[in-house]
Structure formats: C-alpha cells, structure tokens
Design a protein around this ligand. Structure first.
Ligand SMILES: [Zn+2]
Length: 565
C-alpha cells in the first residue's frame, strides 16, 4: 500500500490549545471565554506568519462545535464528524476564506448573505478570514455592516500579518489577540520532541540553528526540520549552515578581525572563498552586521552570553576579538555598514558592491553618528557597572592603531571639521543644502544669516518679518546642522531690524507665482487652504498674515505643492 507523505507542519499541527506552542496568554484567554461561554462575535488574530493564528482559529471553531460535548469545550475530541470536518476544511458551518485571493466585494457579500442563516449542523457558524488586511475597502465596509449587528451564533475570526492595514472601525469591533514570535526555547523543545517522535538523528546545535533561523515562526522551523531530515544522519550544524546558505561563524569572525586590523588582502580572500562556496553576498553582509553587533554587546555589557547571537562554541573567539579591539573601531565599522544592504540587494553585481563596501570600511574617516552612539553606550555601561575600567577599555587595544584618539578629542575634531577652513557663509550654505524642502531652503538663504557659531550652538540673524515663519522650522534647521556637522547644535534665532535681502523682491516673486497659480491671497481662503491652516494651528504655529503669504508662496514655489511639515 502506498502511503502519502505528510509534511511535519501538517502532521504536528496543534489540535487543542494545550498543543499550541507558545502564546500562553492567548491560550488561557480563549479557554476562559469557552468555559464561561462569553463568545465575542468577532476576533482578530494578528502576528507574524507561522505563529499559530490559523491553527488557533481552527481549534477555537472545534472547541465551539465539538459533538462530544454538550456545549463549548476547551478540549475538542478531534474524532467527531465536526472536528474532522473542520480539520480537513470540509465543515459546512466553518468557512475559511483567504482574503489574499478573494479580495472582491462579491465574495464578502455572498459570505454575509450566508451568515444570516442559522448553522446547518454545528452550534456555531465560524468564518475564518485569513490575511484579512487584503480585503478591498468595499469588502471591509460590507463586513463592517455585519459586525455592527452580528447575527446570532456566528463568530468571525479575522487573521492578519498586518493589522495596521485593517480599518480601525473593524478593529474596534473585534476582540484582538496579538500572536508573538515563538520564543527560541519553546521552538527548540518543540523541534526536539518532533525529532524524537520521527526518529530524526540531529544534534542540539543543529536544532538550535534551525530555531534561530526561523525567527520565531513555527511553520518555517518545522519545514526546515522536514527538509534536513532527508539528509544522511547524524545531522549537524554544518548541514544546516550549508542548507540555508548561512555563513559559518568562524569565517565571519575572521572577516570581522580583518576589518578591525585593516587587512584588505584577508578581506578579499575570505569574501572570495565564501562566494566560491556559493554563499550570497547579502548573507555575508548580514553576518558581518550580526558579528559586529555581538562585539559591541560583548564590549558594553557585563553578561553578554545571553544577548549575543553567536553560538556558545564560538563565543570564546568572539571574546578574544572583543578584547583585542576597541569600541571606537567597532562602532565606526558598524556605522559604515549603513545603506550597504540596499546597495547590494539592488545591484546586478552584488559581489562587487560587497567588496567595495567592505574595503570602504577600512577608511579612517570617523562616522558622523559614531560619537553620539559611543557616548550613550559608554554611559549605559558606566551605569551598568561602575568600575572605572570601562572608559579605559575603549583605548586599550592590542591591535596597533596609530590614528586612535581619546574620545573627547575625536568629538572635538568632528565638530570643528567644518569650521577651520570655511567661512560662516560657507557653513551656512552647507547647512541649507542639508534641508529637504525647497521652500525652507529658499527662505533661509534669502532671509537668514549665520552670524556666530560655537561647537554646540549657532546664532542666526533673521529679518523681523520672517521670524515667526522661521521659528516654526527651528527643528528642521537643527537637523540640518546635525547633518552638516555631525553633532547637535542648538539654534538661536536673532531678530534683526534690517532686512537681509529685499523683502519687496520676495513679495514680487510671490505675486508672480500667485498669478501663475491663480491664487488670490486677500480673498477668503478656499476649502483646501482652510484645511491646511487648521492643520497648522493644531501645531501651535502662530501665523501672521505675512507668514501666510510666504507659506502660499513657498507652497507654490516652482509650481509644486510642498509639504511644509
Ligand atoms: Zn469533536
């Protein structure tokens, strides 16, 4: 007799709440609802894929309807006609809809039509709408109408991986359960129990790697175990690494070390050998990011073992690398990784870009954000462990690094980087260039001037007519200073009597553009501008009439509407 193979995630699909892995608060709440017979007409189960949403919906449907019990039960038998029907998806009164493939309003209308009739066989009619965020707005509205006056003995269970996209009016009518990613420990013990039952010879490190790789998704973990079970036993961590294309930790540590000691040859060699073994450039990059993160954790916490991603057998070499490098270097490398992922992902030559990014990380230029992160990390470590060794730690280094500077000096150099060769005007231009909105750029370049600059503050003179307008954008200016200088700068706005440039000129421009856009300023504001003004006043901006004109001018600058906020 030929038996068909049943995938593990089917075979071990939970049949009762007790079998559901993780999600303890949800289990107990739903059980309590069943025991006390307080069934809500609508539930929403949200959470990442493979965390038990659909399984819970089915268990709940069985619990409501199991024929072995007179009323709702927390332990459905799994054997009666209804339990079996629900498991196989053939029960007449338990309707599962995949909204990802049925987004039309027609299906939902049909569904609503049917929900008015009493259940045919079961005590409760249950509608499970999977990926409910994919429903069209019209479909949502149709569903909303039903939920406003729910038919008796009907339960809607809406499952979604993206609750943000579900209409708030729907959400507010549902009892909401957020399914969490399943804890590593729970995943591991579940996989171990399956391996035992299925007689899969697999070691614990390999199980642990499967659990980590599936990031809290039970179904993914079970599928991967299913896949590796086809390999000749015993299954080791290396099998898993090869199967999922992960980068061996030893190689990543080697790569991180090469970055720290600035050895381009070694970087290229390791990269080449990994890529020749079929590893993806993006996986190499993510691996390095993870190792650098672990290095920072090792540096700044007193008990890093629980917080690091690295496996216990490699934690010693990670520790060695951590002691032989300093926090400055690691943070600097980490900061230089920013943006590299999308670059590599979007390129036709990912290997080339990986090498460019890794070699670029060898440059000595200090990253802008480095100092800020460093200070806050040091602070947290100091409060974590008040021994004085911490600060010294950052300068103690076995690796020779002639460019190394004490923290304060680095910060100082960074802050003054813009100033020695540049005039105030030049710096001001640089800051303005960092602004995103053309309207703000135009206003500041014509109506404001940098008159004084220290390491942490900037004085800006502004013609008096524009002070309110520019005041409302102070945080944008401070952001621009931060981008231009790499450190925070407090902005002081100083009102100046004389106009910095001709106010008339601006007004003329304003009129020209108004004519172009056929807007008459002195007339009652139309609906749209009224709406905009309302939005503004909500933000507590004091807008005088000149500001309004400027705003309109700015809005229609270059003939395009610019979002001011
Ligand atoms: Zn049953």
């Amino acid at each position: 007799m030929i038996t068909t193979y049943e995938p593990l995630h089917h075979k071990y699909r939970p049949t009762s709440f007790d079998e559901l892995v993780g999600q303890d608060p949800i289990k107990s709440t739903l059980k309590q609802a069943l025991i006390s017979d307080r069934i809500s007409p609508a539930y929403i189960f949200s959470g990442p894929r493979g965390t038990g949403k659909t399984s819970s919906a089915r268990i709940f449907a069985k619990s409501l309807n199991c024929l072995k019990s007179e009323k709702s039960t927390t332990v459905p038998c799994g054997q009666c006609e209804l339990c079996k029907g629900i498991s196989s998806g053939n029960a007449l009164d338990v309707i599962e809809i995949d909204a990802a493939s049925n987004t039309g309003v027609e299906n939902i209308r049909e569904l609503i039509e049917r929900s008015r009739f009493a259940p045919a066989k079961a005590r409760w009619k249950v509608y499970v709408i999977d990926e409910c965020h994919m429903l069209s707005t019209a479909a949502f509205n149709a569903l909303l109408k039903t939920l406003e006056e729910p038919p008796r003995q009907v339960v809607f269970i809406l499952a979604t991986t993206d609750p943000q996209r579900v209409l708030p009016t729907i959400l507010s009518r549902c009892m909401r359960f957020d399914f969490r990613r399943i804890a590593l420990h729970d995943l591991e013990s579940h996989l171990i129990s399956i391996a035992k039952k299925e007689e899969i010879q697999i070691n614990e490190e390999a199980i642990s790697l499967i659990a980590k790789h599936s990031q809290g998704g039970l179904r993914d973990a079970e599928s991967l175990l299913d896949q590796v079970s086809l390999l000749p036993p015993p299954i080791t961590q290396l099998n898993i690494i090869n199967l999922i294309g992960a980068i061996p930790e030893e190689e990543l540590i080697k790569l991180a070390k090469s970055l720290i000691i600035k050895d381009p040859n070694s970087i290229l060699n390791v990269c080449n050998s990994l890529i020749n073994k079929g590893k993806e450039p993006i996986a190499i990059l993510q691996g390095i990011a993870s190792i650098l993160r672990d290095l920072v954790v090792t540096k700044v916490t007193t008990n890093p073992t629980n917080l690091c991603n690295i496996s216990p057998e490699n934690s010693e070499s990670l520790n060695d690398l951590a002691t032989s490098s300093n926090l400055d270097q690691i943070l600097n490398l980490q900061a230089k990784l920013k943006g590299s992922e999308s670059n590599i992902r979007n390129s036709n030559q990912p290997k080339l870009w990986l090498e460019i990014h890794l070699l670029g990380m060898l440059s000595d230029e200090d990253s802008k954000e480095n100092n800020r992160i460093k200070q806050s990390l040091l602070k947290s470590k100091l409060s974590d462990n008040s021994e004085s060794e911490n600060v010294n730690n950052t300068s103690e280094s076995i690796v020779p690094n002639p460019e190394k500077e004490p923290i304060q000096k680095t910060a100082f150099r960074d802050e003054t980087k813009t100033s020695p060769d540049l005039s105030l005007d030049d710096i001001w231009k640089k800051v303005i260039a960092m602004l995103d909105l053309p309207s703000t750029k135009m206003l500041l370049s014509q109506q404001a001037k940098l008159i004084n600059l220290t390491s942490d503050s900037a004085e800006i003179a502004i013609s008096e007519k524009w002070i309110n307008m520019i005041q409302s954008r102070k945080n944008l200016i401070e952001d621009a200073f931060y981008k231009a200088r790499g450190s925070s700068t407090k902005v002081l706005l100083i009102q100046q009597k004389d106009n910095l440039s001709s106010h008339k000129e601006v007004k003329n421009n304003l009129q020209k553009i108004e004519q172009r856009n056929q807007i008459k300023i002195d007339r009652e504001p139309n609906k749209n501008t009224f709406k905009e003004e309302k939005k503004e006043s909500k933000n507590n901006l004091e807008i005088n009439s000149i500001d309004q004109k400027a705003k309109k001018f700015a809005d229609f600058f270059n003939g395009e509407i610019v979002n001011l906020e």
